[in-house]
Design a protein around this ligand. Structure first.
Ligand code: GTP
Length: 166
């Protein structure tokens, strides 16, 4: 098949979910923390020889409208959830459903990273799936991946699945 040399990777998640830490694991380099007030940062990195553009956006709802400007360049989506922050599951659910219904992303694979699984207080993937109404059908190209960005566990596996889809 065709080898995609340019992947537009959109990384979405609430504030503090671990997006910057995931990016750091992908780039193998420390990433300067993005101040929540800045809204979002765009950067290009090389992952396994692929050119990946990462939109690391704040979860602040005033910026959600800005996300849509990036949808047309997006060929893969990562959604990062802090699985230990159960109080904000409804907020995360709302953001995820917004992504899932976006016409421009209907054919774009979505990797759901269930992050911070190293914490005792983290919800189990099945609980997350129920609380956030995760799609069960794989037809859309949806994958749930448990991970700990902190310990660098599960990120590579998830990224490999995502790159296999594009
Ligand atoms: P914003 O820039 O505010 O949107 O945050 P972010 O989504 O980029 O999150 P960031 O990577 O800055 O991580 C937020 C906090 O969670 C930091 O203190 C991280 O060290 C911590 N963190 C990230 N991933 C994990 C994880 O897998 N486990 C644990 N225990 N902590 C994590």
């Amino acid at each position: 098949g065709l080898v995609k040399t340019k992947v537009g990777l959109l990384i979405v998640g609430l504030t503090n979910s671990g997006k910057s830490t995931v990016v750091a694991r992908l780039t193998k380099e420390p990433v300067a923390d993005v101040a929540p007030t800045v809204g979002f940062a765009v950067e290009s990195v090389k992952v396994d020889g692929l050119s990946v553009t990462i939109f690391d956006m704040s979860g602040n709802s005033r910026y959600h409208e800005l996300w849509k400007l990036y949808y047309k360049e997006t060929t893969a989506v990562m959604f990062v959830l802090d699985a230990a922050d159960q109080a904000r599951f409804p907020e995360a659910d709302a953001v995820l459903q917004e992504l899932l219904k976006a016409d421009q992303l209907k054919k774009v694979p979505l990797l759901f990273l269930c992050n911070k699984m190293d914490l005792d207080t983290a919800a189990k993937p099945a609980e997350v799936a129920a609380a956030l109404h995760l799609p069960t059908a794989t037809s859309r190209g949806f994958q749930l991946q448990s991970c700990s960005a902190l310990r660098d566990e599960g990120i590579k596996e998830g990224m490999q699945w995502l790159l296999d889809q594009v």
